[in-house]
Design a protein around this ligand. Sequence first.
Ligand code: FAD
Length: 285
Amino acid sequence: MARIAQKLAEGRTTSFEFFPPKTVAGRRSFERTVGELEALEPNFASVTYGAGGSDRHRTGEVVRWMRQETGIDPMAHMTCIGHSRDDVAGLLVEYRRLGVENILALGGDPPADGSAPCGDYAYALDLLRDVAAPGCFSIGVAAHPQVHPRSPNRASDRRHLATKLRLADFAITQFFFEVEHWTRLVDELAEHGVDKPVIPGIMPIVSAKQVRRMAEMSGAELPGWLCDALDAAADDDEVRRIGVDVASELAAGLLDAGAPGLHLYTLNRADVTKQVCANLRPAAA
Ligand code: FAD
């Protein structure tokens, strides 16, 4: 059984996000990491798509490898940015041929070099419609608990998310650090009559500089207590210990609050991901 919608209907899921490696050496270490994490028996793993569609071939190649060489069910990320409807139709045919049944339909982040990519899709909803049309994919969308940075206000953010979720099977959230962000998001969707599963995305922090940069880009504000803890950390090892503790506590709190699953942003690292899962095992059982 490979469809995420079906897995969610049967119980809580645990899943991991990976990004495609860019080099041959990176690929070898990536395959080792996936091998280590496969032992944790995730329900699925998602593979990101680079800014401006730059990872198109790498994403497809990793998803193919995962499908054929591992026991993990993959979900391919697809973005609007830089893609024509023909590109997307071609990719969907290829994914069907490979037996990939899960797609995360996203707006996409513009390339870091500031170039303005063109494409046939304005919003993730437009892409979602094309992915849903053949009726053979289980489809997820992105949710932003602390509101997407381009949303003019919270109400508009929730309205557009509710529209996407009426068509999609589930959402996965941007990372955040306090349980209340997830419960509030779920309550707000319920006010729109939407009760599809919203899987919280959890990122164990491995670098204070990196999490600050990612938070700024994604609109995920870091709470004061977390900034203080990171500022007081003596070295990188302590940052990672804080990252694992915070992610483990957050995950346990989300399970208590009724989250339908946990999606861990692995940053292609097995160590911290395994530690968080080990801390959770008694709580998740
Ligand atoms: P959209 O749903 O298009 O929303 C973007 C903004 O437009 C929001 O403010 C929304 O409220 C607004 N909006 C939506 N519809 C309308 C409308 N009809 N009229 C007016 N406003 C509207 N990025 C990548 O490049 N590659 C990845 O692999 C990737 N993976 C991700 C995985 C997860 C789980 C998450 C949460 C994010 C991921 N992202 C990725 C980042 C994501 O692409 C960006 O956050 C992007 O800027 C927005 O994506 P979206 O799918 O929410 O877009």
